[in-house]
Each structure stands twice: as C-alpha cells, then as structure tokens.
Design a protein around this ligand. Structure first.
Ligand SMILES: [Zn+2]
Length: 64
C-alpha cells in the first residue's frame, strides 16, 4: 500500500461506506457538500471535492 497523501482524512473501506459517511455528514449539517467518494492510492476511500487534479475518481461501478 502506498502512503496516504491525505492522512488527516477519514478512511473508509468501501465506496458504500464513504457514501454513507458523506450522506450523514450532509444531513447533520443540512447542506449539500458536493463531496464525492474517491479511491485513494493508500487503498482506502476518502470523501473529497471532485475538482482536485491528480485524483482519480472511480466512475465505474462494476466492482460488485
Ligand atoms: Zn488515503
């Protein structure tokens, strides 16, 4: 596993887990955070903004 470039971020084991965390975060704040789960090179899923360069967001959902 590669070192995580964003170790401060919460890590999730699956896309679904990250999605749930984001949803509950949005609900608790009552706003749309426009965040999106993405696969980090550390092997975990993080939640982040989608406009960052250099991050590859998973668009395929065939992994199930
Ligand atoms: Zn990471």
């Amino acid at each position: 596993m590669a070192a995580c470039p964003t170790p401060d971020k919460q890590r999730h084991r699956t896309f679904e887990a990250a999605l749930k965390a984001r949803d509950s975060l949005e609900q608790s704040r009552g706003i749309d955070l426009a965040l999106r789960p993405y696969r980090c090179k550390c092997g975990a899923w993080h939640i982040g903004h989608r406009d960052k360069r250099g991050l590859r967001y998973m668009r395929r959902r065939t992994n199930r």
